[in-house]
Structure formats: C-alpha cells, structure tokens
Write a protein that binds this ligand. Structure first.
Ligand code: DOR
Length: 444
C-alpha cells in the first residue's frame, strides 16, 4: 500500500484553519500534524501556498445512467466531479428506467463500480405506487428517498396526498424533497402560453416556477415532517420566503434540514438575458433579493448543505423554445471554485464552505469515515490554490454535454489536486488514476 505525505499545506477542517502536514497510508489518513518528516517509500507532495480541504460530498447530482447516456454517464460526470474537488456524490433517481426499486439501486451500484472516479450513493425514487420499496430499502442500499413533490425532469411526481403522508410516516431513510407545487405551475404555464404562445421568454421562468409554487410545496413538506417526525431534507431552496420554514443553528439535532445549490447562490434573474435556457432549471433562479437572502441563510445556518443539482442536458436540447428546452445545468466540476469565489468576495468563510459542502452532508446522511480530515478517515481530499485563476472554456469542460453556464468566466481559485480513497486521482488537470470510487457506507 502506498503512502503519500502532503507537506506545507494549510488545513481547513472543523472550523479551524492551521498549518499541518497530512500523511495518508493506503486509503486512509494516518496523521495530521505539523512538521511530519518523510520516511522511505513515501510519495512527498509539497502543497505550499495551498489549502487542504476534505473532498466535497455533493448530495444532489444527476448522472443520467441508465437510459439518458447521450447527456452524461457515470464515468464522464464523476471525472468532472473529481477534477473539481468533489470526492463523493449522491445521485438522483430520474434516470430511465427510474430508480424506484431495490433491484434498480443494485443495478446502478454495479454500473458505478469500476466506472466512477468518485465515491457514490444513490437515492431511491418515490412514486405514487412504490411504498413497499420505500419500506423495504435498507440503510446502505440507498442514501435516502427522493420525493418529487413537484414535477420536473422525468415523470416522477408524487401528488397523491395519502401516499405522501405514508411516505413521510414510514420512510426510515432521510426523505429528500423537490418542492414546487405543480398545480400552481400548470396554471401559470397556461397564462403565459396564452400571452406568448410557444415562445415564452426564458426570463419568465421564475414567474412560472414561482416563489408561491415553492412556498406552497416546501411548507407542506415541513408540516408533514413535523407531524410525522420525518428526517426531512428539503432540496435546492430558492426563495427568501421559504427560509422562514427553517431553524438557524448547527445541523446536529435537526430533523428538518435544507439545501441550497451553487447556481442559486451565483446567478439571479438578471442572467436570463445573456444565458437563456442554459440557466433554465427547476426550481428557477429567482430575484437578486432571493440570492442575497440565501447567502445570508448559509451564514446563519438556516441552510445546512450546499450542493449542485448537477443536471446535464445537451446544448441541442437546450436550444429549443421555452416549453421544450429541458431544465437543469451542469455544475459539478466548478462548485468548489464557485464557493471559493464567494470566499474571495468576502461572502462566505472557508470554514463555512467546508462545513456546508463536506461535513454537513456526511453528518446528515451518516456517511461513514468521510467528509472530514481526521485520522482513520478515508483520504478524500481537495487541495486548492486561492490565488491561481482559471478561466472556464468549452475546451476545459469535462462534461459529456460539453458546455457550462460559466464558459468565459474567470474563477479566482483553482483545484490543484484531488485525492480519493488515498489516491491522487487528478493533479493540475491531469488524470492519474483509473476509476476507483466506492459505494458510500452509512451509520444510523
Ligand atoms: O432543473 C432540474 N433538472 N431540476 C430537477 O429537478 C431535475 C433536473 C434534471 O434531472 O434535469
């Protein structure tokens, strides 16, 4: 087993920033101490001037396998993830066929083994009909139950009130919800269609996928979780108003948690003019005031987790009119750099970034031995240089779909190296290892 020693770095971990070296022995971190000296056979890497972070755990991605592999595959998107310092991901069930049975979960796991560059887990998707699967799935087979309480990509809407109650009452894994009230959206769509026909301007998306639609659904989710004591995680919050549904404070002890995504912290409705369908996503990117409120809620710990909702579609699919262009944008390669940009602009601290994008997903889902830089934990590590800018271009985007909403943007910080399970998998953009991602393990 190989040993790697990262020397002269600055550690960011568990609310502290300090100088220390990191010794990795095989797959796991053996020591974190200042002044470790190299012994024979160690691969010594000098990371002077860089910060050493636990690799990110992205709790919401869509990698499109099986069935939608013209958009993305586990191999391509997990490689993009590790290039961006994301060492573990939790993938969504709206594939084709959808992941709505325990057997489909096992099939996805088999696809990921030997193909995924990052560690992985999968959600079981809820439907109006699969309560038996939700009750049957065991900890370890899925990271959680995904409930589309609003219709989005894929046809997975759960809108039967009695079924929703039973899911919230009987699920034993965390319930992660997409909250947008579909009847409200359908009504808005009809109004805009009447006004514009098929050619609705993309900038109308936040009025169609409205703040009201979000609140109606997320308040229902929170109400159900309070009634049934459910472990509820509300995904991708987008509005100021919804933030009142959540408590500020540390994640420990909360049974209702909230996630925000990097694009909702980055773009606002002023971006539709330049980017159009490229930033059409569900829930929609909304007002400047909403974005500011979301950033404030990350700081006051109303929002517990930051993820991407990485949702690749081809440019050809995106270059259609409003109703035909699919929702979703690819982000997983640049999420850490986007967060570091907020740090550079004085909006988020490094400790907050690490807490929301690595520690808290591990805590929330009970991920075993990952999400922190700790002796005995897996060597899942992102090394970043806060002073090395990188411009996003069509050429350096790794996604199968070949585009990013950030093309042309210069990001001030770079990910210089990523380790997964103790192995250096990417260094300065060069891929150095075969796919070695493992299935995540969970504890109660
Ligand atoms: O914008 C989105 N795209 N939101 C979702 O909920 C699904 C996702 C996708 O799978 O494309």
């Amino acid at each position: 087993m190989s040993k790697t020693l990262l020397v002269n770095g600055t550690i960011v971990n568990e609310d502290r920033i300090y100088a220390a070296d990191v010794l990795i022995d095989g797959e796991r971190i053996a020591k974190i101490e200042p002044g470790l000296s190299a012994s024979s056979g160690e691969n010594v890497i000098d990371v002077s001037g860089c910060h050493v972070l636990p690799g990110l755990i992205d709790d919401q991605v869509h990698f499109r396998e099986p069935g939608l592999m013209h958009k993305a595959t586990i191999a391509t998107e997990s490689l993009a993830a590790v290039c961006g310092g994301v060492t573990s991901y939790m993938e969504m069930p709206n594939t084709s066929p959808p992941t709505t049975t325990v057997e489909a979960l096992a099939e996805k796991r088999d696809r990921a083994l030997g193909r995924s560059h990052a560690n992985f887990a999968f959600y079981l998707g809820a439907t109006n009909e699969n309560l038996d699967e939700i009750k049957r799935v065991a900890l370890g087979e899925a990271c959680g139950i995904k409930v589309f309480m609003g219709a989005s990509t894929g046809n997975m809407l759960v809108d039967d009130p009695a079924t929703l109650e039973r899911i919230f009452a009987e699920a034993t894994l965390p319930v992660a919800t997409h909250c947008e009230d579909s009847p409200t959206i359908w009504q808005n769509e009809a109004q805009f269609k009447q006004r514009y026909g098929d050619d609705v301007p993309m900038a109308c998306h936040p009025q169609i996928r409205s703040a009201e639609a979000c609140y109606k659904s997320s308040s229902l989710a929170v109400e159900l979780a309070k009634r049934f004591g459910t472990r509820l995680h509300v995904l991708h919050l987008t509005t100021e108003r919804e933030l009142n549904l959540f408590e500020p404070g540390p994640i420990e002890g909360k049974h209702i948690t909230a996630e925000v995504c990097v694009h909702h912290l980055w773009f606002d409705e002023s971006s539709y003019g330049a980017l159009g369908a490229r930033i059409k996503c569900n829930p929609a990117i909304k007002r400047h005031e909403d974005r500011e409120a979301l950033l404030a809620a990350v700081r006051d710990d109303r929002l517990d987790v930051i993820a991407t909702d990485h949702a690749p579609h081809t440019l050809e699919e995106k270059q259609q009119t409003y109703f035909s262009a699919p929702a979703g944008l690819p982000l997983v390669q640049h999420s850490l750099q986007m967060l570091l940009e907020h740090h550079r602009n004085g909006r988020l601290t490094l400790e907050q970034i690490v807490r929301k994008a690595a520690h808290n997903p591990a805590r929330l889902f009970g991920v075993k031995d990952r999400g922190f830089l700790r002796e005995g934990y897996y060597g899942d590590i992102a090394v970043v240089d806060l002073e090395r800018p990188e411009r996003v271009t069509t050429e350096n985007v790794r996604y199968k779909c070949g585009w990013s909403p950030l093309e042309g943007v210069e990001l001030g910080a770079s990910v210089v190296m990523t380790l997964v399970n103790g192995m250096v998998v990417v260094r300065n953009g060069e891929v150095l290892a075969e796919p070695g991602g493992r299935q995540l393990e969970f504890s109660e």
